[in-house]
Design a protein around this ligand. Structure first.
Ligand SMILES: Cc1cc2nc3c(=O)[nH]c(=O)nc-3n(C[C@H](O)[C@H](O)[C@H](O)COP(=O)(O)OP(=O)(O)OC[C@H]3O[C@@H](n4cnc5c(N)ncnc54)[C@H](O)[C@@H]3O)c2cc1C
Length: 337
């Protein structure tokens, strides 16, 4: 296990903000995990799990031990389509490897940054597909009592950008690996209008590789590359409102965008924030993407606190304007406003 004390966290979060942790442990194997937790216990340090750090905002320092999941390994059974992935694997590379092996289903989830282990935490989703459709089980290590167990899809309680693993806990639960069931037959999902539009030049049914490439093209056009401009993708979840609330919105705007949801109507948070004038907004080095009002960006040198303050301002404005509460999708750490 590689251990760093008083660790700088800037390289480990896609916002690229400066923050420090008392300790940072790189986890490559199960023994590393047990050793790191023992050490944290002996020093009374709280624990924080990180994969790629692409869905977190450090609004301040973390006065504990960061566990950086770096365990690797992908086992592919081409006959059955079962794929077992260690948590520290890169998600986008996994999507590519599955395609190369003739196993399909993950194409729509291409180019989502971060680790495989974090994918079930918020049931990652994009372009009409969510992880849960391919999920079989995961192996979990519970830092509270050192126990290990297997969780099925039902146990995980997946919903839109959520699962039981995302609930706050005093001691984290570590996803060590996950198993997916992919398909040997192409099963293109073009339910998302922008994706169907991107593929309309293709005669006949698009191949999985066409979908993969189309998703990558759309994402590169729409979203800033965290390697160049610090960001964590969509900062807020799309709110689900009641039919009544939606009617009120429709009385004000002739055709607000919406999608049907299990419990009401889903309205794009980016559209709401755009109506509040946040697209391209700047406050010092903290700002909002010119292309997408839902994406907060670090223009260079912004602090996590500044980005957090901006996010809270956006949330408050959206509530004042529409009476709709926006819930962060990004996990905020060390906030002390
Ligand atoms: C440009 C950009 C685009 C994005 N687009 C999408 C998108 O289309 N759809 C989408 O769903 N997300 C999107 N995201 C968000 C992010 O990529 C995903 O949430 C991703 O799964 C986070 O992975 P990570 O390894 O970086 O997680 P981290 O940011 O490191 O952690 C996120 C959370 O998961 C926990 N966690 C991390 N690893 C583990 C583990 N092994 N076990 C248990 N808990 C763990 C952390 O404690 C934290 O609470 C985007 C982000 C960016 C920067």
């Amino acid at each position: 296990m590689k251990l760093t004390c008083d660790a700088e966290l800037r390289p480990y979060n896609s916002f690229g903000v400066a923050a420090r942790a008392a300790c940072l442990a790189e986890i490559h194997a199960g023994e590393d995990l047990e050793q790191a937790i023992e050490l944290a216990d002996s020093r009374d340090l709280p624990l924080l799990l990180l994969g790629g750090g692409t869905n977190v905002l450090f609004a301040g320092d973390f006065p504990g031990m960061v566990l950086l999941m770096r365990n690797r390994g992908i086992e592919i059974d081409r006959e059955s389509g079962l794929v077992r992935i260690a948590a520290g694997e890169n998600w986008h590379e996994l999507v590519q490897i599955c395609l190369e092996n003739g196993l399909y289903g993950l194409e729509n989830l291409a180019l989502i940054p971060g680790s495989a282990g974090a994918a079930p935490v918020q049931n990652i989703g994009a372009y009409g597909v969510e992880l849960e459709s391919y999920f079989i089980e995961l192996e979990l290590f519970d830092c509270a009592d050192g126990s290990r167990r297997v969780m099925s899809r039902e146990d995980c309680g997946f919903s839109y950008r959520d699962s039981v693993l995302k609930q706050p806990r005093s001691q984290p639960q570590v996803v060590c690996s996950l198993t997916l069931q992919l398909s040997r037959e192409p099963a293109p999902n073009m339910s998302y209008p922008a994706l169907a539009e991107e593929l309309k030049g293709i005669a006949g049914e698009p191949a999985p590789q066409d979908i993969f490439e189309a998703v990558c093209r759309i994402r590169r056009r729409k979203l800033p590359d965290p390697a160049k401009i610090g960001n964590a993708g969509s900062f807020f979840k799309n709110p689900v409102i009641s039919q009544e609330e939606f009617e009120q919105l429709r009385n004000r705007f002739c055709s607000p965008p919406s999608f049907p949801a299990k419990t009401g109507v889903k309205v794009p948070a980016g559209w709401l924030l755009d109506q509040c004038g946040f697209k391209g907004y700047r406050k010092g080095a903290a700002g909002v993407s010119e292309h997408h009002a839902l994406v907060l960006i670090n223009r260079g040198g912004a602090t996590g606190k500044e980005l957090h303050q901006l996010a809270m301002k956006m949330r408050d404005r959206a509530f004042a304007e529409f009476g709709i509460t926006l819930e962060p999708e990004v996990r905020i750490i060390g906030a002390n406003l």
